[in-house]
Write a protein that binds this ligand. Structure first.
Ligand code: C5P
Length: 221
């Protein structure tokens, strides 16, 4: 069946500002935001609850642990619930962040996430963000954006988000964590041939959002 909803796919590497930008674009257009990374994170958090040693995780164990995860629609976004409860703090923690790329390499886990994201877009106009939204999940998306930014700038933004004053050492450490995750996620972080590349290094959040909203209005006629 042909999809009748409007889909904006925003991809890019870790901490490139995808999720906050996608959320703001969704709010401006009256669409719902779907953060596909939050599902990989929810599957990771659920598995950590069952087995604290990630070296023992099998694909089947991750799928079993992730079964009670659902994607719930709120006013401006979909968000994951685990056994009926919101798990935002848990999925943003360091242990989940350190182990999520391992879970994201599992093909059946990727199918599980992709299905949930596609289901969300069946009845609503959405802004989806992730790594492979414009390539694998919505190759027919109405607008595809690929955000890039210098790794040190991404690290600085992450630290600013946390609101703690950052030393040079903290900035070095965060840059290393981000480039490490870039390397682990490189296989699935490939821009679609028909995506619009936006380098956000020198842009404000507002400017990025405006560019995407303008492109989207052009595409929707
Ligand atoms: O976007 P975020 O950094 O929260 O995503 C967490 C992790 O989920 C990424 O590091 C990556 O391993 C995985 N991911 C993915 N494909 C997506 C979205 C996220 O592999 N579409």
């Amino acid at each position: 069946m042909t999809r009748r909803t409007f889909v904006i796919a925003i991809d890019g590497p870790a901490a490139s500002g995808k999720s906050s930008t996608a959320q703001m674009v969704a709010e401006k257009l009256g669409y719902l935001h779907v953060d596909s990374g939050s599902l990989y994170r929810a599957a990771t958090a659920a598995t950590l609850r069952d087995q604290s040693d990630p070296s023992k995780w099998t694909e089947q164990a991750v799928l079993d642990a992730a079964r009670p995860v659902e994607l719930r629609a709120a006013r401006t976004s979909f968000y994951p619930l685990l056994e009926g409860r919101a798990i935002e703090d848990e999925i943003r923690g360091g242990e989940v962040t350190d182990n999520v790329s391992r879970v994201a390499q599992m093909p059946r886990v990727r199918e599980w996430v992709n299905q949930k994201v596609r289901d969300a877009a069946k009845s609503r106009n959405v802004v989806v963000d992730g790594r492979d939204m414009g390539t694998m999940v919505f190759p027919d998306a109405d607008l595809k954006i690929f955000l890039v930014a210098d790794s040190r700038e991404r690290a600085a933004r992450r630290l600013r988000q946390r609101g703690t004053p950052a030393s040079q050492q903290m900035l070095d450490d965060e840059t290393m964590r981000i480039t490490g995750r870039d390397a682990r996620d490189a296989g699935q972080t490939v821009p679609a041939a028909d995506s619009v590349m936006i380098d956000t290094t020198g842009l404000t959040q507002q400017e990025q959002v405006e560019q995407i909203v303008t492109l989207s209005k052009q595409r929707s006629g």
